[in-house]
Ligand binder design. Sequence first.
Ligand SMILES: *Cc1c(COP(=O)(O)O)cnc(C)c1O
Length: 437
Amino acid sequence: MKLYSTNNPSSSVSFKEAVFNSMPQDKGLYMPVSIPRLDDKFINNLDSYTLPEIAFHVAQNLLGDDIPAADLKAIIDDAINFYAPIVELEENVYVLELFHGPSLAFKDFGARFMSRVMSYFLEEGEKQLDILVATSGDTGGAVALGFLGVPNTRVTILYPKGKVSQIQELQLTTNGQNIRAIEVDGTFDDCQALVKQAFTDAELNEKFRLTSANSINIARLIPQTFYYFNAYAQALKQGKSRVVFSVPSGNFGNIGAGILAWKMGLPVEQFIAATNANDTVPEFLKTGVYQPKPSVATLSNAMDVGNPSNWVRIADMFKDKPEQLKALIIGYRYDDEETLKAIHQVFDHYKYVVCPHTAIAWQALKDYQQDKHTSADVAGIFLSTAHPCKFPDVFDEEISKHIDMPEQVKAIRSKQKLAVELGTDFAGFKEYLLKNG
Ligand SMILES: *Cc1c(COP(=O)(O)O)cnc(C)c1O
């Protein structure tokens, strides 16, 4: 697999280079030079394959011989070792549950695959890989648990003190081994600024092999295509061959992966980009003007992104066909009040609890089905991006009572928090890194 930078179509790097660089020097994003179209026989018979089998076929078609088949299969079997079921809630309304991995969020797919690919590409005797990551909650948990125990890697996570939920904090701070957590007395933006400055610091780069694990890494995007194929496979099993996906979107990596799957031949009729008040993309789809804005804080905070990084990838896939993009993707946006209302409606209708991000995707699917009078043979699938127990503050008591505590939570409840407290000044962060090298 060769990749180019969206800012320089004639550039070309290997998959390994793209994985370790994360982002090209020119600040574009890596995209595959050619996106393979999977054969019809595979697509039409998806329902006869398991999730790991689908993942292997998709990855192999994309990666070519970058990773030999047996090694790729081992990576996938190890990384994708949990389910992603679709559950029917009412006729033509299915939820795709992406929260069965170790950190209880869809980001496990990307983080687990990326960590294993990075470790695979590290050669013997090479310097340890130091992953720095700022998180507002879900990314850090997925990256921490994704890299936990992965040889020759170390992860340093910065999270804003008091601004992540209790379960998120436990996921960040109870790991030990090769995972370090830093509790920053500031905001997520402060955490991100510290990480960014570290990447440009000569002394730190001299001493450590620094890598970011953020959502723009191509090795996080690829595994997110797997569950779209797998969801379609499950729809086929239920006699549905026409589907639309509603995706709760922030940085647009998740929906970007869905669109990549579509480019590879997955017959999706429509993608619904569902956002909170950070509605840069729905506004663009409506007005044709792409106007990034500073983010605003909402209940669905993993989607508080005013300038979604992955949008350039989506735009790039349609650079010659902007009209096709507008036909394939439709935007809906909801404020916090509407989000809370959606949580309650989902609970009242189906006795099912959704996290605030997922609630937005459900509402968008319902509104879309009504607005477009979608036909009875089209299955609507909305993506559940995280387990509701990660966001306890948004639920009232009645709904809270119905949230099942997953095994993953029971296991960390009794563990001890291990975190270093730091301020927002870079000098303090740098000193910590150097002293604890
Ligand atoms: C990260 C995240 C999102 C947003 O996904 P993007 O790929 O950034 O669009 C939505 N929901 C949850 C729970 C998340 O953690």
